[in-house]
Design a protein around this ligand. Structure first.
Ligand SMILES: Cc1ncc(COP(=O)(O)O)c(C=O)c1O
Length: 370
C-alpha cells in the first residue's frame, strides 16, 4: 500500500466531484488520541464547529465525551438533538440570538446549556430576558488571553463582571473561558512557554475568585495547538476542534501534534488547458480560501503550484500534467478544514476503503428549527 492509499475509495468512480470525504477509522483514531491526551473524557469539551455533524457527536458520546463547545445556535441545537449532555455556546448571544438561546434551553431540557459573556451590557440583557422566562443561564466569563478577538483581560474589571453574575437574576456564574488561538508557534517548546504565560493570568483570576467565596465550576481553555499543554493540567476542560478531522494547515505548522488527516477532497481534472496545466473542479466554493495558496495539499502532485482559483475552478501548474487526463481523480487535503466543511451540503463517509454513506452537514445551516 502506498502511503497515500488511505485517501482512495474503491468505489470513488461513483462519487461526484468536488466532494469532501471523511475517513471513518481515522476519525475514530483521532478521537481516541484526544481522550488519551487528557486521560479522562470528562475533561474534554471538543468544539463541533470543525465537523458540524450529529453523527460525530454520537461517536464522541460513545467514548464518554459528554460536553461540547459550539459557535452557533444551530450547532448547539444539533449537539443537543444528538444527545449531548452539556453544550457551551462560545459566542456571547446578542440581538435575537438571546431569545433563540433561551428557546433552545426550553426545547432541550435534558441538555445543560451555558454561554459566555465579556460585557456588562450583554449580561444585563441576558438577565432581563432569562429572569421573566423563569430560566437560569449558566454564564462563563470570556477572558482575552492575547488574541484580542473577544473577552475581557483577566484583572479587576473581569473579577467585577464575574461578581455581578452572582447578583443578576436569571444568571449563574459558570466559570472561566480562555481561548488562546493566537498561539501558533511551530516550535512546541516556544508554544508551550507562551501558553503557560497566557494561562498564568487565568489561574491567578480563578484563585482570586475562589478566595472571594465565588464558585468557579469550570475553566475551559484552548484549541488544538495548545491542547497537549492544557491537557496536562488536570483541572481544566480542553476544547480542541480541528483535531477530530485534522488538516494540512495544522499538519504542516504543528509537527509535534500527531493527529491524522481524516478528511480529503475528491476532485477531478476538468481540463488541461496547456501541457503543464491542470484545471480541477475545486473552486473556492468547495475549499476554504481565506488564506494564500496552498489551500489544498495534493500528495499525488507534490510540485504543483496553484496559479488561478475561481468559484468552481482551481488551475495548477505542474510538469506532471500529462499523467492526469481529463476526468482523472485527484485527492487533496484541505489547508483549513472547518470552513471547508461549511462549504459542503453533504459529506461522503468512507469506511474500510469504501465511500459507503452520505451525511448532510446539518450544522452548516444558520437555522435548524430554532
Ligand atoms: C473559542 C474556540 N474554542 C476552540 C476552538 C478550537 O480550536 P482548534 O480549531 O485549534 O481546534 C476554536 C477555533 O476556532 C475557537 O474559536
Amino acid at each position: 500500500m502506498k502511503p497515500d492509499d488511505w485517501m482512495r475509495s474503491e468505489n470513488e468512480a461513483e462519487v461526484a466531484s468536488p466532494a469532501l470525504v471523511l475517513h471513518s477509522e481515522r476519525i475514530d483514531e483521532n478521537l481516541r488520541r484526544m481522550v488519551a491526551r487528557v486521560g479522562d473524557p470528562v475533561r474534554l469539551r471538543p468544539h463541533i464547529k470543525t465537523h458540524k455533524l450529529p453523527q460525530l457527536v454520537v461517536r464522541q458520546l460513545a467514548l464518554g465525551i459528554t460536553k461540547f463547545k459550539c459557535a452557533t445556535i444551530a450547532e448547539a441545537e444539533l449537539a443537543a438533538s444528538a444527545g449531548a449532555a452539556d453544550v457551551l455556546l462560545a459566542l456571547q448571544p446578542v440581538g435575537p440570538n438571546v431569545g433563540r438561546f433561551l428557546h433552545l434551553m426550553r426545547a432541550f431540557p435534558a441538555t445543560q446549556f451555558s454561554t459566555l459573556t465579556d460585557s456588562p451590557d450583554a449580561l444585563a440583557t441576558l438577565s432581563r430576558a432569562a429572569a421573566p422566562a423563569g430560566v437560569v443561564v449558566e454564564v462563563l466569563l470570556d477572558l482575552d488571553v492575547g488574541q484580542a478577538r473577544t473577552g475581557i483581560a483577566p484583572g479587576p474589571e473581569a473579577a467585577a463582571l464575574y461578581q455581578a453574575m452572582r447578583t443578576l437574576p436569571g444568571i449563574r456564574p459558570g466559570g472561566l473561558h480562555a481561548y488562546d488561538g493566537q498561539l501558533h508557534q511551530r516550535d512546541a517548546a516556544e508554544r508551550r512557554a507562551a501558553c503557560e504565560r497566557a494561562y498564568a493570568a487565568v489561574e491567578k483570576l480563578r484563585t482570586e475568585l475562589l478566595a472571594a467565596g465565588l464558585a468557579v465550576p469550570r475553566v475551559v481553555v484552548g484549541g488544538t495547538p495548545t491542547f497537549p499543554f492544557h491537557a496536562r493540567r488536570g483541572d481544566v476542560e480542553c476544547s480542541p476542534g480541528t483535531s477530530v478531522l485534522w488538516d494540512a494547515g495544522y499538519g504542516t505548522t504543528m509537527p509535534d501534534l500527531d493527529f491524522l488527516p481524516a478528511a480529503t477532497l475528491l476532485t477531478r481534472v476538468v481540463s488541461r488547458p496547456a501541457h503543464n496545466r491542470l484545471c480541477l473542479d475545486l473552486g473556492h466554493k468547495a475549499v476554504a480560501s481565506e488564506m494564500p495558496h496552498p489551500r489544498v495539499i495534493f500528495p499525488e502532485l507534490p510540485q504543483a503550484r496553484a496559479v488561478a482559483h475561481n468559484e468552481e475552478h482551481l488551475v495548477l501548474e505542474t510538469e506532471d500534467a500529462a499523467h492526469f487526463p481529463v476526468g482523472a481523480v485527484v485527492h487533496g487535503i484541505p489547508w483549513h478544514i472547518c470552513p471547508t466543511v461549511a462549504l459542503h451540503s453533504h459529506v461522503h463517509v468512507a469506511t474500510a476503503g469504501r465511500a459507503s454513506a452520505i451525511w448532510p452537514v446539518v450544522g452548516r445551516a444558520r437555522f435548524i428549527t430554532i
